[in-house]
Write a protein that binds this ligand. Structure first.
Ligand code: ATR
Length: 283
């Protein structure tokens, strides 16, 4: 009899994580016998000790979320190229006892954008505005660049943080750094606007990083926040006629790529976005 494959998630707090549902569904769709468990690591406990115990569990792979995406790195045997560039890991594969770190956030984000707007990828000179300069922004900037987009401006409250992300840029890339106030006045210049911070997340769902006064016709406006599904920022964009891209789709596609790292299987997301949307709306 084949042993059940073990997967999991480390982070804090993670009690309400949707990852167990997502990965259980992936396993069902692929006919893999396994389980995905939550390993909540309280920041007051010793991380090294917790990781030692996790190592003994011989998981096939696990995800890493806040606040451990950087803390985990010294415990890994290898980093894939993207994770190394981003300097953060959200997925670990156990390959014969060696832990290999990946970062699926940026690639997952780009996959989710492609799934909804494939035509966007036919013209990589489209102008992108990325709002925020945290870990998520770093992953998204790198993945969009890796996909050939080369006109990505960045706006952030602390402009220095955005500046440090541009160290990732290749020779083709043009990036202007703007203040949030400047970005707000420029929104109509962009084909895609991506909100990559946690601003607007429940319970502060009335907040919005900027208030776009106008948008270019056909503009895609995206928010990685998925609680609520329709953020205040997306509501404003919708009222200005934008095409909306919701944050929960990134959650699904980063998980899809993580599952691929562990199992080599490319599982379909079909209908999962609708189901997860309903689950989130019921919360
Ligand atoms: P991460 O993306 O690493 O998970 P985060 O805390 O969700 O981290 O987001 C960090 C980003 O959100 C940063 O761009 C941060 O701006 P600063 O670089 O100026 O700190 C931005 N951010 C967080 N709270 C904000 C707020 N109230 N207004 C504007 N930007 C904010």
């Amino acid at each position: 009899m084949q042993m059940k494959q073990q997967f999991g998630l480390i982070g804090y707090p993670i009690k309400h994580s949707l990852s167990p549902w997502i990965h259980d569904e992936f396993m069902r769709r692929c006919g893999i016998e396994g389980e995905y468990r939550l390993f909540e690591i309280d920041p007051i406990e010793s991380f090294s000790e917790q990781i030692k115990q996790l190592k003994q569990r011989a998981l096939r792979g696990f995800n890493v979320t806040v606040p451990y995406k950087q803390t985990i790195i010294p415990y890994l045997d290898e980093l894939d190229n993207t994770a190394e560039k981003i300097g953060a890991v959200n997925t670990v594969l156990n390959r014969n006892g060696r832990w290999i770190g990946f970062n699926t956030d940026g690639i997952g984000y780009v996959r989710s954008l492609h799934a909804q707007f494939p035509q966007l990828f036919e013209d990589k000179s489209k102008k992108v505005l990325l709002l925020g300069a945290g870990g998520a922004a770093r992953g998204i900037y790198y993945a969009l660049m890796d996909n050939g987009f080369h006109a990505i401006d960045m706006a952030n409250r602390t402009m220095q943080h955005a500046m440090s992300i541009t160290k990732l840029k290749n020779k083709q890339m043009h990036t202007a750094i703007l203040s949030l106030e400047e970005a707000e006045q420029m929104t109509h210049h962009y084909d895609v606007i991506i909100q990559s911070t946690s601003v607007g997340m429940k319970p502060k769902s009335d907040q919005s990083i900027i208030t776009p006064p106008r948008l270019k016709k056909g503009c895609i406006v995206s928010d990685i926040v998925y609680q609520p599904i329709m953020t205040s920022f997306l509501k404003q964009a919708h009222s200005l006629g934008a095409n909306i891209h919701h944050g929960h789709t990134m959650l699904l596609y980063q998980a899809q790529y993580a599952f691929e790292c562990w199992t080599d299987k490319n599982v379909s997301i079909d209908k999962m976005d609708m189901i997860i949307q309903r689950m989130l709306e019921g919360r």
